[in-house]
Ligand binder design. Structure first.
Ligand SMILES: Nc1ncnc2c1ncn2[C@@H]1O[C@H](COP(=O)(O)OP(=O)(O)OP(=O)(O)O)[C@@H](O)[C@H]1O
Ligand SMILES: [Mg+2]
Length: 175
């Protein structure tokens, strides 16, 4: 199976075992929420998967590859990123401009060379289609900060999915 496969993951801090025998699958396209009381080990689990903490034992595979000993930066490169409750849009740019930046960023990364006029049209067409997909066409010219939180998240998730992941770790993560 591709996706994330965690087996028998354990983490101890000195004598304190905070994660024990965790097995967890996340197939491509799936979403899972992890809930539990304070101190249950949610942040520890996220930190183990993203490489901020090293496991005491157990394996973490992603798309068939053992990533349990990769650094945080190496895991970002294979596609594991951590995102935070605080959204990271350009709040003073419009919704359309935020999406356009995401599309342009991806095109640069792919080093796809378009003739400028055609390229601009293709980018705008993709932005329009994203706006429609997110049901944000009516909000296109509004500032990103005017969107509801869930709408901001849609735009932001798109930026993360399409652009290079580079926001793993960070000061605003609540632990
Ligand atoms: N670096 C550490 N050293 C020692 N103990 C730790 C460390 N990090 C976490 N713990 C302990 O591990 C347990 C799990 O903590 P964790 O932060 O993962 O819980 P959580 O589910 O994220 O809680 P919260 O809902 O408060 O965010 C707690 O008992 C915590 O005190
Ligand atoms: Mg936590």
């Amino acid at each position: 199976m591709a996706g994330l496969e965690v087996r028998d993951l354990c983490k101890s801090f000195g004598g304190l075992t905070v994660a024990e025998g965790i097995s967890f699958d996340l197939p491509p396209g799936a979403r899972k929420a992890l809930i539990g009381p304070n101190g249950a080990g949610k942040s520890t689990f996220a930190n183990l998967v993203t490489g901020i903490l090293a496991p005491t034992s157990g394996t973490i595979r992603f798309d068939g590859r053992d990533i349990g000993r990769l650094t945080e930066a190496q895991r970002v490169r294979v596609g594991i990123a951590k995102t935070f409750q605080i959204t990271n849009l350009f709040r003073r740019l419009s919704v359309r401009e935020n999406l356009r930046l995401a599309v342009l960023e991806r095109e640069r990364r792919g080093a796809r060379l378009w003739r400028r006029a055609d390229g601009d049209r293709a980018v705008e067409a993709e932005v329009d289609s994203l706006l429609a997909q997110f049901r944000l066409t009516d909000m296109a010219e509004r500032l990103a900060r005017e969107l509801a939180y869930g709408q901001q998240r849609l735009v932001e998730d798109h930026r993360r999915d399409r652009g290079p992941a580079r926001r793993s770790g960070g000061a605003d993560h609540r632990t």
